[in-house]
Ligand binder design. Structure first.
Ligand code: DQA
Length: 144
């Protein structure tokens, strides 16, 4: 199974970015943690601060992956382009967040992306990615 993990803006700054909200692990730490629990699944890991690049990554996943794990970061709350890209690809997606957006500022309460994914895991820090991996592997073509 091939799982693409796509990370949006400012997640490259994890570790130093508001650690009281997002924890002290870097995105590289999270990538290593996910790879260590991926078994024989192939993990492709992307990050971009640019909305259109995230669209390109989603389209690429649609051609070559079995499922997507996506943390759209701030674009969660605004991006019709990411919503449309998820709708356009033939594979399932899991939305993940380190924090619990529903418990934060009111502008984070709405996720456009949620309407285009199978489900969302949020609020568990870096563990949201591990839980997301479990969900994505179950969803991936071939089941299990
Ligand atoms: C985030 C939550 C978003 O609201 C925020 O804009 C982020 C990170 C999270 O993982 O908790 O950048 O997606």
């Amino acid at each position: 199974k091939v799982i693409h993990i796509i990370n949006g803006p400012n997640l490259n700054l994890l570790g130093t970015r508001e650690p009281e909200v997002y924890g002290s692990q870097t995105l590289e730490d999270i990538e290593a943690m996910v790879r260590a629990s991926a078994g024989d699944a192939t993990i492709v890991f992307h990050q971009s601060n640019v909305e259109g690049e995230l669209v390109v990554f989603i389209q690429e996943a649609g051609r070559s992956a079995d499922a997507i794990i996506l943390n759209p970061a701030a674009y969660t709350h605004s991006s019709v382009a990411i919503y449309d890209a998820l709708k356009a690809v033939p594979i399932p997606a899991v939305e993940v967040h380190l924090s619990q957006p529903a418990a934060r500022e009111s502008f984070r309460r709405r996720s456009l992306v949620s309407e285009a994914v199978t489900g969302t895991i949020s609020g568990f820090g870096a563990n949201s990615y591990l839980l997301g991996l479990q969900a994505a592997l179950k969803l991936a073509k071939g089941g299990g």
